[in-house]
Design a binder for this molecule. Structure first.
Ligand SMILES: CC(C)(COP(=O)(O)OP(=O)(O)OC[C@H]1O[C@@H](n2cnc3c(N)ncnc32)[C@H](O)[C@@H]1OP(=O)(O)O)[C@@H](O)C(=O)NCCC(=O)NCCS
Length: 185
């Protein structure tokens, strides 16, 4: 499904039975960002419905041992036929900086393109400096901090990427090979 992950990792689409396994890693992977309020916010961002009704546009990465290594929850906009949305992404801190996040986004971009989507959107908390740096490196355009974007006290930075602007840089750490011209990314 995704062939440019680092060795020992494999990807598949998300499934219903992954819900609790993914919830279980959030606090450790987010490093306790924003304390208890942050933990509640994160858990509420991933209700089970995402593992039931958004599976074909979402990915789970596992180690050979079966342990959860990364995930991306995304979907195609129901409202805007040109848009796709990355709702939540996480990579095991032990694997940070190895291109796993980039590989997941590239897979999602390919999927979005195959559905003729032109833009990819996502949002993050202003405090999440890693997320802001990561999305900028991938070519997303960031908004200024949008106060109360998700409700009182829930400020956000929004990101947009134009898929027609060109391919996202491949993962240089995984011996990635340039795709044949017929493939879009
Ligand atoms: C953000 C996150 C998904 C990045 O995953 P990753 O697999 O480490 O990222 P990659 O290795 O694919 O990095 C892709 C690019 O982003 C850059 N990048 C990633 N994390 C970065 C950081 N903390 N600071 C600066 N740049 C960063 C990398 O340097 C790389 O750029 P380069 O190849 O041009 O040098 C990961 O840090 C994570 O899971 N964080 C906790 C959860 C989270 O905040 N999720 C996002 C909000 S929903």
């Amino acid at each position: 499904m995704i062939d440019d992950l680092p060795a020992g990792l494999r990807a598949r689409h998300l499934a219903d039975e992954d819900h609790l396994r993914v919830l279980a890693v959030l606090d450790a992977w987010w490093g306790g960002l924003k304390g208890e309020a942050g933990a509640t916010e994160r858990a509420l961002l991933l209700p089970r419905l995402y593992f039931q009704h958004f599976t074909t546009t979402s990915f789970l990465v596992e180690r050979d041992s079966g342990e959860v290594a990364a995930f991306l929850v995304g979907f195609l906009s129901q409202t805007d036929p040109q848009a796709a949305y990355v709702h939540f992404v996480g990579v095991d801190p032990a694997l940070h900086g190895q291109g796993v996040g980039r590989v997941l986004y590239r897979a999602f971009f390919a999927l979005a393109r195959s559905h003729r989507r032109r833009h990819v959107h996502c949002v993050t908390s202003p405090e999440n400096t890693a997320s802001r740096a990561f999305h900028s490196r991938l070519g997303f355009t960031a908004s200024p901090v949008d106060s109360d974007y998700d409700g009182p006290g829930l400020d956000r930075v929004t990101f947009t990427l134009d898929l027609s602007a060109g391919p996202v840089t491949p993962n240089p750490r995984a011996g990635w090979q340039a795709p044949a011209p017929a493939r879009e990314i």
